[in-house]
Design a protein around this ligand. Structure first.
Ligand code: PLP
Ligand code: SF4
Length: 326
């Protein structure tokens, strides 16, 4: 049930398409026997994101990111349910400490859409997330002066209400040794109306220097509604960056990656990371080999100013930073 007081963005999230048949029909596509319901990680995509897909194109790069297919059922040697070692980095429920000076809070398992390649799809959120409250995680951060930056992550932290986020950020601002707040979110890309007046107000008010790391993989994701959202985020003084995942059949072409960097810049966002896919179960059909990935980045260097070339990285369990590949 959606309450009558829900905001526009909450309604948009709650009315997301969850039945593959509905999505195919909406795009004028025939039913395909390879399409599944996604099992434990079901289809989820809001209408505003579907509107950016090309009707009648079964290979649309946005559709491919969300449509569950039977190739996900393959389990390959070397694939893991926790490829980046997140479970080993848990300090207390919801708090990950992997990198110097930075602490990452897993605020929720909820996401505005379900990305088929996601490395968090097997994370046991109900046991390890912060559903039980933030007190313990905040106490750990407060007692560790080596932490200067807190990263809000998930799932997607901006699926939480502004009331909750505002309270959390107020508590974080009260911890004297914190200087930066980082928010890892795909929601302003997927449901741009999420950048509400209230969100802009609490972000602008915080004493912490804020970095919003968005997540778009293809230039077609960044339409005029997204441009409005990023313009509002920039008004808060936040630095806007983007991380993308290199995905076969989505953005593994020079054209898509050049287009993404240029489009991001137009809306005030700098490319930060291009992630080589983690070896997560069910995503092998999205993998791009390292040689091809390296060539693509060389191609970007030849075409774009340096500040529009993202860093190609892979996360390796137990390493103290994301490992650059080229
Ligand atoms: C990626 C990541 C960070 C941030 O790394 P940066 O290189 O600073 O972007 C922090 N903590 C965890 C657990 C991460 O996975
Ligand atoms: S929004 Fe982010 S965390 Fe959620 S499914 Fe997509 S990639 Fe994963």
């Amino acid at each position: 049930m959606i309450s009558r007081t829900a905001s526009t963005w909450q309604r948009e999230l709650a009315s997301a398409i969850v039945r593959p048949g509905d999505l195919l029909e909406r795009l004028g596509l025939a039913h395909d026997p390879c399409v599944t319901d996604g099992g434990a990680f079901p289809l989820r995509v809001p209408e505003g994101f579907v509107r950016r897909m090309r009707p009648g194109d079964p290979r649309d790069p946005l559709l491919r990111q969300v449509l569950p297919v039977s190739a996900e059922d393959a389990v390959l040697p070397g694939d893991s349910p926790d490829p980046v070692g997140d479970l080993a980095a848990l300090v207390t429920p919801g708090l990950l400490r992997k990198y110097h000076g930075r602490a990452l809070l897993i605020l929720t398992g909820a996401c505005p859409l379900h990305c088929r390649y996601c490395f968090r799809r097997h994370f046991p959120y109900s046991e390890e997330g912060l559903a039980g409250g933030w007190d313990r995680a905040l106490a750990r951060i407060a007692s560790d002066r080596s932490v200067s930056e807190v990263i809000l992550s998930g799932g997607d932290p901006l699926t939480l209400s502004d009331a909750k986020l505002e309270r959390l950020v107020e508590r974080l601002s009260g911890i004297a040794h914190l200087t930066r707040l980082r928010i890892h979110t795909r929601t302003p890309i997927v449901v741009p109306s999420r950048v509400s007046d209230r969100l802009v107000a609490w972000l602008a008010r915080s004493r912490l220097a804020t970095v919003v790391v968005l997540h778009a993989n293809h230039p077609a994701e960044v339409d005029a509604t997204v441009a409005t959202a990023t313009a509002r985020l920039r008004e808060t003084g936040a630095t806007l960056l983007n991380q993308a995942v290199l995905l076969r059949g989505v953005n593994d072409s020079l054209e898509a990656l050049v287009g993404l960097s240029e489009r991001l810049f137009e809306v005030g966002v700098l490319p930060y990371y291009l992630h080589q896919l983690d070896r997560v179960q069910g995503a092998a059909h999205f993998a791009v080999d390292d040689v091809t990935a390296g060539r693509l980045v060389e191609g970007l260097r030849a075409r774009l100013p340096g500040y529009l070339v993202p860093r190609l990285v892979r996360e390796e369990a137990g390493r103290p930073f994301k490992v650059p590949l080229v």
